[in-house]
Design a binder for this molecule. Structure first.
Ligand code: ATP
Ligand code: MG
Length: 137
Protein backbone atom coordinates (compact mmCIF):
# COMPACT_ATOMS: atom_id res chain seq x y z
CA UNK A 1 0.00 0.00 0.00
CA UNK A 2 1.03 3.55 -0.75
CA UNK A 3 0.22 6.89 0.90
CA UNK A 4 -0.65 10.24 -0.56
CA UNK A 5 -1.63 13.63 0.75
CA UNK A 6 -4.79 15.65 0.15
CA UNK A 7 -5.88 19.15 1.10
CA UNK A 8 -9.57 19.96 0.91
CA UNK A 9 -9.17 23.60 -0.06
CA UNK A 10 -11.03 26.65 1.37
CA UNK A 11 -13.56 26.81 -1.48
CA UNK A 12 -14.79 23.25 -0.87
CA UNK A 13 -14.85 23.65 2.94
CA UNK A 14 -16.80 26.92 2.58
CA UNK A 15 -19.35 25.07 0.41
CA UNK A 16 -19.59 22.34 3.11
CA UNK A 17 -18.31 19.69 0.72
CA UNK A 18 -15.52 18.34 2.97
CA UNK A 19 -17.61 15.38 4.10
CA UNK A 20 -18.77 14.62 0.56
CA UNK A 21 -15.16 14.66 -0.66
CA UNK A 22 -14.01 12.34 2.14
CA UNK A 23 -16.91 9.97 1.32
CA UNK A 24 -15.95 10.11 -2.39
CA UNK A 25 -12.37 9.16 -1.47
CA UNK A 26 -13.49 6.22 0.67
CA UNK A 27 -15.76 5.05 -2.17
CA UNK A 28 -12.68 5.24 -4.42
CA UNK A 29 -10.89 2.78 -2.14
CA UNK A 30 -8.77 5.12 -0.02
CA UNK A 31 -8.40 4.71 3.73
CA UNK A 32 -8.34 7.98 5.67
CA UNK A 33 -5.30 7.60 7.94
CA UNK A 34 -5.47 11.09 9.43
CA UNK A 35 -7.53 14.24 8.88
CA UNK A 36 -7.65 17.59 10.62
CA UNK A 37 -9.14 21.00 10.07
CA UNK A 38 -6.64 23.85 10.17
CA UNK A 39 -6.46 27.46 9.07
CA UNK A 40 -3.18 27.81 7.14
CA UNK A 41 -1.00 30.75 8.08
CA UNK A 42 0.75 32.67 5.34
CA UNK A 43 4.08 31.11 6.40
CA UNK A 44 2.71 27.56 6.27
CA UNK A 45 1.03 28.11 2.88
CA UNK A 46 4.16 29.74 1.41
CA UNK A 47 6.28 26.86 2.73
CA UNK A 48 3.93 24.24 1.34
CA UNK A 49 3.82 25.87 -2.12
CA UNK A 50 7.49 26.96 -2.20
CA UNK A 51 8.02 25.08 -5.51
CA UNK A 52 5.48 27.45 -7.10
CA UNK A 53 6.99 30.65 -5.66
CA UNK A 54 8.21 31.89 -9.06
CA UNK A 55 4.88 31.30 -10.81
CA UNK A 56 2.67 34.32 -11.62
CA UNK A 57 -0.28 33.02 -9.61
CA UNK A 58 1.72 32.38 -6.40
CA UNK A 59 0.39 35.42 -4.50
CA UNK A 60 -3.18 34.61 -5.47
CA UNK A 61 -2.67 30.96 -4.49
CA UNK A 62 -1.38 31.87 -1.01
CA UNK A 63 -4.22 34.39 -0.51
CA UNK A 64 -6.76 31.73 -1.44
CA UNK A 65 -5.26 28.93 0.64
CA UNK A 66 -5.16 31.16 3.75
CA UNK A 67 -8.66 32.60 3.25
CA UNK A 68 -10.49 30.14 5.51
CA UNK A 69 -9.88 26.68 7.04
CA UNK A 70 -8.87 23.59 5.08
CA UNK A 71 -8.77 19.89 5.88
CA UNK A 72 -5.38 18.19 5.57
CA UNK A 73 -5.75 14.46 4.92
CA UNK A 74 -3.37 11.48 4.73
CA UNK A 75 -4.69 8.74 2.44
CA UNK A 76 -3.69 5.13 1.85
CA UNK A 77 -4.47 2.80 -1.06
CA UNK A 78 -2.79 0.61 -3.61
CA UNK A 79 -1.11 2.97 -6.13
CA UNK A 80 -2.38 5.90 -4.04
CA UNK A 81 -0.46 8.79 -5.66
CA UNK A 82 -1.44 7.98 -9.24
CA UNK A 83 -4.96 6.87 -8.38
CA UNK A 84 -5.70 9.98 -6.36
CA UNK A 85 -4.46 12.21 -9.23
CA UNK A 86 -6.89 10.35 -11.48
CA UNK A 87 -9.93 10.75 -9.23
CA UNK A 88 -8.96 14.37 -8.42
CA UNK A 89 -9.09 15.34 -12.11
CA UNK A 90 -7.33 18.06 -14.10
CA UNK A 91 -6.14 21.26 -12.37
CA UNK A 92 -8.78 23.25 -14.28
CA UNK A 93 -12.21 21.86 -13.33
CA UNK A 94 -13.51 22.85 -16.78
CA UNK A 95 -11.02 20.39 -18.30
CA UNK A 96 -11.49 17.64 -15.70
CA UNK A 97 -13.15 14.37 -16.63
CA UNK A 98 -16.69 13.62 -15.49
CA UNK A 99 -17.05 12.20 -11.98
CA UNK A 100 -13.73 13.57 -10.74
CA UNK A 101 -13.54 15.63 -7.54
CA UNK A 102 -12.56 18.81 -9.36
CA UNK A 103 -15.33 18.43 -11.93
CA UNK A 104 -17.88 17.80 -9.19
CA UNK A 105 -16.71 20.36 -6.62
CA UNK A 106 -14.14 22.72 -8.20
CA UNK A 107 -14.99 26.23 -9.32
CA UNK A 108 -11.98 27.48 -11.31
CA UNK A 109 -8.32 26.73 -12.09
CA UNK A 110 -7.36 28.51 -8.87
CA UNK A 111 -10.24 27.44 -6.63
CA UNK A 112 -10.26 23.78 -7.54
CA UNK A 113 -11.46 22.06 -4.34
CA UNK A 114 -8.48 19.80 -3.60
CA UNK A 115 -4.72 19.40 -3.65
CA UNK A 116 -2.99 16.10 -4.36
CA UNK A 117 0.66 15.08 -4.11
CA UNK A 118 2.35 14.76 -7.51
CA UNK A 119 4.88 12.04 -6.54
CA UNK A 120 5.52 9.51 -3.80
CA UNK A 121 8.52 11.53 -2.57
CA UNK A 122 6.38 14.67 -2.29
CA UNK A 123 3.58 12.71 -0.61
CA UNK A 124 6.01 11.73 2.16
CA UNK A 125 7.26 15.31 2.53
CA UNK A 126 3.73 16.76 2.54
CA UNK A 127 2.35 14.22 5.07
CA UNK A 128 5.32 14.93 7.37
CA UNK A 129 4.78 18.71 6.95
CA UNK A 130 1.24 18.51 8.35
CA UNK A 131 1.38 15.36 10.49
CA UNK A 132 4.73 15.37 12.28
CA UNK A 133 5.82 12.66 14.68
CA UNK A 134 3.46 9.72 15.15
CA UNK A 135 0.19 11.38 14.08
CA UNK A 136 -0.21 9.05 11.09
CA UNK A 137 -0.02 5.50 12.49
P1 ATP B 1 -2.31 20.76 -6.62
O1 ATP B 1 -0.82 20.93 -6.52
O2 ATP B 1 -3.10 21.80 -5.84
O3 ATP B 1 -2.77 19.38 -6.37
P2 ATP B 1 -2.05 20.58 -9.46
O4 ATP B 1 -0.87 19.72 -9.19
O5 ATP B 1 -3.12 20.06 -10.36
O6 ATP B 1 -2.74 21.05 -8.13
P3 ATP B 1 -0.19 22.76 -9.84
O7 ATP B 1 0.33 23.08 -11.19
O8 ATP B 1 0.68 22.03 -8.88
O9 ATP B 1 -1.58 21.98 -10.05
O10 ATP B 1 -0.70 24.13 -9.20
C1 ATP B 1 -0.92 24.22 -7.81
C2 ATP B 1 -2.19 25.01 -7.57
O11 ATP B 1 -1.99 26.34 -8.00
C3 ATP B 1 -3.43 24.55 -8.35
O12 ATP B 1 -4.12 23.48 -7.74
C4 ATP B 1 -4.26 25.80 -8.35
O13 ATP B 1 -4.95 25.99 -7.11
C5 ATP B 1 -3.21 26.88 -8.50
N1 ATP B 1 -3.03 27.22 -9.92
C6 ATP B 1 -2.43 26.48 -10.87
N2 ATP B 1 -2.45 27.08 -12.07
C7 ATP B 1 -3.10 28.26 -11.85
C8 ATP B 1 -3.45 29.36 -12.69
N3 ATP B 1 -3.16 29.37 -13.98
N4 ATP B 1 -4.11 30.39 -12.12
C9 ATP B 1 -4.42 30.41 -10.81
N5 ATP B 1 -4.11 29.41 -9.96
C10 ATP B 1 -3.47 28.35 -10.47
MG1 MG C 1 0.67 20.20 -7.81
Amino acid sequence: LERTFCIIKPDAVEKKKAGAILAFLEEAGFSILAAKRTHLTRAVAEGFYAVHSARPFFGELVEFMTRSPVFVVALEREDAVAHYRKVMGATDPAKAEANTIRKLYGGSVGENAVHGSDSLDNAKIEIAYFFPGNEVA
